[in-house]
Design a protein around this ligand. Structure first.
Ligand code: AMP
Length: 279
């Protein structure tokens, strides 16, 4: 497994992988912010499988992207575990890890390129309403990664459903050739969706957080009013709920197809979602 940190190392890696001068690494990209858990491992394994099919590389990027954090304190306390992450990538079969410094992703003095945001990033009133600027930062970093690495495909988790829809739309609207591949959410045995932020939960906060997957299950089982079913579960829990809605799965506008929740347990913000009302 190659670990590379700069565009120069990248082009050397591309040449080595393709055995000839090549404009990009290609292959399959799995973008992450590190602090890898079994959910990420599943994405990397998927990337490795997809890459194998076309004898290409599976590249994992690890970069804690400052522009997508709303609070400097959230950015500062985000877990950074690079040595352990490299071991996870190696064990999962990744070919390359791209772990750039901030100056590589955001060269000082270079104009900041934010692609036009798709409607699904600005209109649903979900993450866009509660984390202003978040998707501008996500699109900025994903666009830069796609341009630097030129992957044929990139794997994104369904855990961040709105992000998945935003990245798929942004990639299409920017005319980029990369296919966006969704991967299902991995959960702990108690049902909580795996997240790098779960480590911040106290035992009581974690118990309270289980109301999130419970509410999503209730929505799935409800005959009609999925939102009502979620509300009834959530109002009994010690959580501060930002949204608990059922929306069209693609546009995230009015409709049915996906139940989505964002809620705080103590000082930790958690998001989760599931298919609702689809056969
Ligand atoms: P992050 O490092 O949290 O930015 O996540 C990197 C990628 O892993 C994103 O595409 C996430 O949607 C995905 N991911 C995070 N948690 C999970 C999970 N529990 N199951 C599946 N994918 C996940």
């Amino acid at each position: 497994m190659l670990v590379i940190r700069t565009p120069e190392e990248l082009s050397r890696a591309a040449t080595r992988l393709h055995r000839a001068a090549a404009p990009s690494v290609g292959g399959v990209l799995v973008p992450t912010m590190g602090a890898l858990h079994a959910g990420h491992t599943a994405l990397i394994r998927r990337g490795v499988e997809l890459a194998k099919g076309s004898a290409a590389a599976c590249v994992v990027s690890i970069f804690v992207n400052p522009t997508q954090f709303n609070q400097p304190s959230d950015y500062d306390r985000y877990p950074r575990t690079l040595d352990a992450d490299l071991a996870v990538c190696e064990a999962a079969g990744a070919t390359v890890v791209f772990a750039p410094a901030q100056e590589v992703m955001y060269p000082p003095g270079a104009p900041v390129q934010v692609p036009p945001l798709p409607a699904v990033a600005t209109e649903p009133g979900l993450e866009d309403a509660f984390r202003p600027g978040h998707f501008a930062g996500v699109c900025q970093v994903v666009l830069r990664l796609l341009r630097l690495l030129g992957p044929d495909a990139a794997v994104f988790g369904e855990k961040d459903w709105q992000q998945l829809r935003v990245v798929a739309s942004m990639t299409r609207e920017a005319g980029l050739p990369t296919r966006i591949i969704p991967h299902p959410t991995l959960r702990d045995p108690d049902g909580l969706a795996m997240s790098s932020r779960n480590r911040f939960l106290s035992p009581d906060e974690r118990r309270a957080a289980l109301a999130i997957p419970a509410a999503l299950r209730a929505a799935t089982q409800a005959a009609g009013d999925g939102e009502g079913a979620m509300r009834r579960v959530l109002e009994r829990a010690a959580l501060r709920v930002e949204y608990a809605v059922v929306r069209d799965a693609n546009t995230l506008g009015p409709g049915t197809g996906r139940g989505l929740i964002a809620a705080w347990s103590g000082r930790t913000r958690l998001i989760d979602n599931t298919a609702v009302g689809v056969a």
